[in-house]
Design a protein around this ligand. Structure first.
Ligand code: ATP
Length: 237
């Protein structure tokens, strides 16, 4: 299967502390892949590296055949968009203004409008609240707005950092269904980074389990959900 995002032998240090010890994995084109692991496993470090915010000591990240340069801006140029942990919306701007901010680098107005319609289709609550300030939305709605803003960049690869964090379980299930739909409808490659392994693995075609900066398990979402190690360590069963 063709890989869209490829992480090869990634080694990252914070000063003298090594956070990633040679992490490699592939995200197949047009599918959802889950990157799971507990607190401090290195998930955010992987994402920051993909986004060009950290300079790896070793290793390489590719989108298709292109090697990403470790500087902010380069990943976006190659079609990588991030919905960051904690949403990071512009709280004083309206929902719609936040969405528009996501497409600042997109020249094609028709494509922008089409994506905004799609975003409102996936998240009708955002449409209802499009003139409302993003800071006044509920946590779940803010998460929807953050995913919508990332989609507005018309990405080839969508990175979602902990979309379930701090959100009511019922909304998490709703979001999971929509993330799966987004990937399926638009053949979008999605890397879903989650502490909520149940949610992530249940919608992911493939998954990677990270522990203390190392990949310890890979498999299909279902294989990992059923694996005794994952069940014991991440699913509390
Ligand atoms: P979380 O779910 O809490 O975000 P994570 O899996 O994303 O966890 P990282 O934040 O990538 O984990 O952290 C990986 C390791 O790197 C941890 O041991 C963490 O303490 C360390 N670390 C992260 N950021 C820094 C930093 N700025 N300076 C020093 N060490 C850091």
């Amino acid at each position: 299967m063709r890989s869209d995002l490829s992480v090869r032998n990634l080694v990252v240090n914070y000063g003298p502390v090594r956070a990633l010890h040679g992490v490699s994995f592939d995200v197949p084109a047009g599918q959802v892949a889950a990157l799971v692991g507990s607190n401090g496993a290195g998930k955010s470090t992987v994402l920051k590296s993909i986004c060009g915010l950290l300079k790896p000591v070793e290793g390489e990240i590719r989108v298709g055949d292109e090697v990403l340069q470790p500087r902010p801006g380069d990943p976006l140029r190659h079609g990588v968009a991030l919905s960051p942990e904690g949403r990071r919306l512009f709280g004083q701007l309206s929902v719609e203004e936040n969405l528009i901010m996501g497409s600042y680098a997109v020249r094609d107005k028709a494509a922008r409008r089409e994506m905004m319609d799609r975003v409102y289709g996936y998240f009708p609550r955002l449409k209802e609240r499009r003139r409302q300030m993003a800071g006044s939305l509920s946590g779940g709605e803010q998460q929807m707005c953050s995913i919508g803003r990332a989609l507005m960049a018309l990405p080839r690869v969508l990175l979602l950092d902990e979309p379930s964090l701090g959100i009511a379980p019922i909304i998490v299930s709703e979001l999971a269904v929509i993330i799966e739909e987004i990937s399926r409808d638009m053949s979008m490659t999605v890397l879903l980074v989650e502490q909520n392994a149940q949610m992530a693995l249940s919608i992911a075609a493939s998954g990677v389990v990270l522990e203390t900066g190392n990949v310890v398990l890979t498999g299909t979402g279902r294989e990992l959900l059923e694996s005794p190690e994952v069940r014991a360590a991440y699913l509390g069963t």
